[in-house]
Write a protein that binds this ligand. Structure first.
Ligand code: PAF
Length: 280
């Protein structure tokens, strides 16, 4: 496994490789967990080589404290990647990847950027769009893998490649969960014992919402979810949305033939957790 700490060294290393090998790419911000490893496995199964990037991207954080506290575990991560036979790790510094100009470009993603995370995390998707586009230009993978936990991000990246005619196939991968249902996330490591204990309530509520959605109106389900969180002593709901899975527009009533998903963002103390579920 080769660890490249600069853009130039990765480009040099991939120059010949890409001539005769397909490249599967998994962009991450490190603090790797089973969810990341499952993306890497998919990349390895469908490509000749796997490249994983580890970069905590400053421009996608709307909260300075969250950026400061984001877990950085490069040594542990590289060991883990070595164990799973990853081929290349790309772990650049911010100045290197941003060429000493750390700021994000303004993007429009056909309105996808205004919903949910876009509403509550100002500039987040400009930061994601900027770094993912840059990573794609450097790695030039055949396929790139993203988890459905960040479902809105996945849709936005699909839009990014079509808008800019980037010849990369975007592969969405199922959410990986802990045994108790909590969606795997690097942020879970920062939960207090009490908050870790209660956090599976998020997925439990989504599952129950899905059952209710079969028989009840979107409005009723929405009210029910809000009520569950109002009564919860440790979790604070930021949003629950029932949205069209393609457009991510919130719906107030179901229409035949459309696919819907339920999306939650909630605070467990200071830690913000997100999760989502297909409702039909
Ligand atoms: O999902 C993430 O970990 C990040 O948003 C990504 C795609 C690596 C961009 O920084």
């Amino acid at each position: 496994m080769l660890v490249c700490l600069t853009t130039q060294s990765l480009k040099d290393a991939l120059l010949d490789v890409r001539k005769s090998h397909s490249i599967g790419f998994v962009p991450t911000m490190g603090a790797l967990h089973e969810g990341h490893l499952s993306l890497i496995k998919e990349a390895q199964q469908a490509n000749d080589i796997a490249v994983v990037s580890i970069f905590v991207n400053p421009t996608q954080f709307d909260n300075k404290e969250d950026l400061k506290k984001y877990p950085r575990t490069l040594e542990r991560d590289t060991k883990l990647l070595e164990q799973v036979n990853c081929d290349f790790v790309f772990a650049p510094s911010a100045n290197d990847i941003y060429e000493n100009n750390i700021h994000s470009t303004k993007f429009t993603f056909g309105g996808l950027e205004h919903a949910m995370e876009g509403k509550f995390r100002e500039g987040h998707f400009d930061g994601v769009g900027t770094i993912v586009k840059r990573l794609f230009e450097i790695v030039e993978p055949t396929n790139a893998y993203f988890g459905e936990k960040d479902f809105q991000q996945l849709q936005i990246i699909k839009k990014l490649v079509t808008t800019y005619n980037i010849p990369i196939k975007i592969v969405g991968c199922k959410i990986h969960r802990e045994k108790d249902g909590l969606a795997m996330s690097s942020r879970n490591a920062r939960l207090s014992t009490k908050h870790r204990e209660v956090a599976p309530f998020i997925y439990k509520t989504l599952r129950e919402a899905k059952l209710k959605f079969e028989k009840q109106s979107a409005l009723k389900v929405d009210q029910w979810v809000h009520e569950q969180f109002r009564q919860h002593p440790y979790l604070e709901l930021e949003y629950f949305e029932i949205a069209n899975a393609q457009t991510l527009k919130t719906i107030s009533r179901k229409r035949k033939g459309n696919k819907y998903r339920g999306f939650i963002a909630a605070f467990a103390g200071k830690i913000r957790l997100i999760d989502n579920i297909a409702l039909n």
